[in-house]
Design a binder for this molecule. Structure first.
Ligand code: CA
Ligand code: CA
Length: 590
């Protein structure tokens, strides 16, 4: 009896072990996997290497000593005739890489070999209206689904094994100028997305859907005056007007086409259980048509992930007149001040100022310029509100001949001190690594009226470099003091994301095609490799079978060649492409 009992117990244990191993091999991505992503180095299952968006990895096999031996193990081409900008961040789970490409394509790739497992190609209508290239910034993973959004403003869930569509939802009307380019964000089973279209007078919003079924859960407009909704047992219920009521910070009916596009997606901080989404310019660009702060344009919003309520907001550019979209990512970090831990968040705005906020309540802690020159503001007041230089706001056409207002030279240009390309915050050095650009623009206002599906700017512009030798500057910035610890100057404007690692390294690509690695403390360039086309994507790192891998997407494009004026002429020799590269150390070094 005793022996039989023992034997049975042994058999059960073995069976459990076998089941859990089988389960691991086929495990889908869980909420916990996403929350723990930064520390689980064998996969990358969130945009930003963790929902806080720090883009920091504890891996250190590739470090300041070994990185010189880094070499490519495979390169995968996105193929087809469709190239243009490739701004994706790949994901890696259970030996498979999921990466998006231009024109709303998704690829699944065997990370050991670089072999294609499947491709999904969204069939886009002819009438799509992306403002700034046909890019896509990546997928989200949840359970056995690969979630991504398209240039015709749909959210799509694919089977991670086959690439077949599981569900598809229309988020907004592409014929009114909406599109989506950001990677969705998954928080506790909800897939959360914003929308693009601020140049077409759309109304920005953030929406949550059930990740497994695609059922909408809540919708939160980001322009004051619009009603939010929540779905209870499938029924649509009013959930409060954004900002309380219309007309408080907008004149007349302009709030009805107010912009504030949430086009870069968001981050999530489990410590305070808040989503952080930024909002773009108020529409139209001509600020004289809309006196007032124009909430919630050019702002950072903290949103309750369960209800879609706006918990706090911080507006970086009230009554924006320069297209200083406030979409840039808000990255959580903690620091000690007199023995007290401050729950902070940092963000480098298009307008040239870096802001440190209290992420619990949105209070302004400090702000400072992170670019060399700012023309439109003298500085920030104690609440973080800009102190405007009135003469440097583009003039009102009504003050002159009614056709063209007084032009001004504005620094930074509307492409921003920093644009979409994500920063990295290193937990090892406590520094932010900010991919920035030094450029100016001539800008003037013109009359404009809203027409569905047409550009709604009321402004003209020409972007110009400020220096002959460089436009891009990668900066290492101490968020506690505003001091710049080091900088790396790049001839072409920087347009790709940054990754920092515990190997005391900072990785970034440039439009000239190089994947580069810098010493995180000194800024010394330790490694570079040319990927054959410009890099405007964001690098990742993970480990497999005891070896550390680095991957990055290559393919020049994005807003600069389309809108860059004099700058675009300087970089017109750069060739398009479309591929993802994967690197590691030779085995003997690992
Ligand atoms: Ca991970
Ligand atoms: Ca904009």
């Amino acid at each position: 009896m005793i022996q039989r009992g023992r034997g049975k117990a042994f058999a059960v244990t073995t069976l459990v072990a076998a089941l859990s191993m089988a389960g691991m091999a086929n495990a889908g991505v869980t909420d916990q996997d996403i929350l723990n992503d930064q520390m689980t180095t064998d996969d990358v299952v969130s945009n930003g290497l963790g929902p806080k968006g720090q883009r920091f990895s504890p891996l250190k096999a590739v470090n300041t000593d070994t990185v010189k031996d880094l070499r490519p193990v495979w390169s995968f081409s996105f193929g087809g005739e469709k190239q243009r900008g490739q701004e994706s961040q790949p994901m890696v789970k259970d030996g498979v890489m999921y990466v998006t490409a231009s024109y709303s394509r998704v690829f699944a790739i065997d990370v050991k070999t670089g072999d294609e497992l499947w491709e999904y190609n969204a069939r886009l209508p002819d009438g799509i209206m992306p403002c700034c290239d046909v890019i896509n910034r990546g997928v989200a993973l949840y359970d056995d689904l690969v979630l991504f959004a398209t240039l015709d403003a749909k959210l799509i869930a694919l089977d991670s094994k086959t690439g077949k569509v599981v569900w598809k939802k229309k988020v907004a009307d592409y014929k009114a100028g909406y599109s989506i380019t950001a990677a969705p964000l998954v928080v506790n089973g909800k897939v959360i997305t914003g929308v693009s279209g601020g140049e077409f007078g759309i109304v920005g919003k953030v929406e949550a859907y059930d990740a497994k079924t695609g059922q909408i859960l809540w919708s939160r407009p980001t322009v004051e005056g619009h009603m939010g909704y929540i779905w209870k047992e499938g029924k649509k219920v009013e959930n409060g007007i954004s900002g309380g009521k219309p007309g408080q910070t907008w004149p007349g009916d302009l709030w009805k086409t107010g912009g504030a596009a949430t086009w870069l997606g968001g981050t999530y901080d489990p410590d305070v259980n808040l989503l952080f989404f930024g909002t773009g310019n108020p529409a139209p660009w001509n600020s004289h048509l809309r006196p007032g702060d124009n909430l919630f344009s050019s702002s950072r919003l903290a949103i309750d992930p369960d209800t879609g309520k706006i918990v706090w907001h911080f507006q970086t550019t009230p009554n924006d007149g320069w297209d200083f979209d406030g979409v840039n990512e808000l990255v959580s970090f903690d620091y000690k001040d007199g023995g007290k831990t401050i729950k902070a968040a940092g963000t480098a705005d298009r307008n040239g100022f870096f802001y440190v906020l209290n992420r619990e309540n949105g209070e302004f802690i400090r702000g400072f310029p992170f670019v060399d020159e700012i023309s439109w503001a003298k500085g920030l007041d104690k609440n973080g509100r800009p102190i405007y230089v009135d003469d440097n706001r583009p003039g009102n056409p009504a003050d002159v001949d009614g056709n063209k207002g007084k032009p001004v030279v504005a620094i930074p240009s509307f492409l921003g001190g920093k644009n979409w390309m994500p920063v990295s915050y290193s937990k090892q050095t406590g520094l932010f690594y900010v991919p920035s650009n030094e450029w100016a623009m001539d800008i003037w206002n013109e009359p404009v009226s809203y027409k569905k599906g047409a550009a709604y700017l009321g402004a003209g512009f020409t972007i110009k470099p400020l220096n002959d030798e460089y436009i891009g500057v990668l900066r290492a910035i101490d968020p506690k003091t505003g001091k710049e610890k080091w900088r790396y100057k790049n001839y072409a404007p920087l347009w790709g994301g940054v990754l920092s690692t515990a190997g005391k390294l900072v990785f970034m690509g440039n439009p000239e095609g190089y994947l580069m690695a810098f010493d995180a403390e000194t800024g010394e360039l330790k490694y570079k490799f040319n990927t054959g086309s410009g890099i405007v994507g964001s690098p990742i790192t993970w480990e497999m079978d005891g070896e550390q891998y680095i991957s990055v997407v290559s393919g020049w494009g994005g807003a600069v060649p389309l809108w860059g004026g004099e700058v675009a002429k300087r970089v017109k020799h750069l060739n398009q492409g479309g591929s993802v590269w994967t690197f590691k150390l030779p085995k003997e070094d690992a």
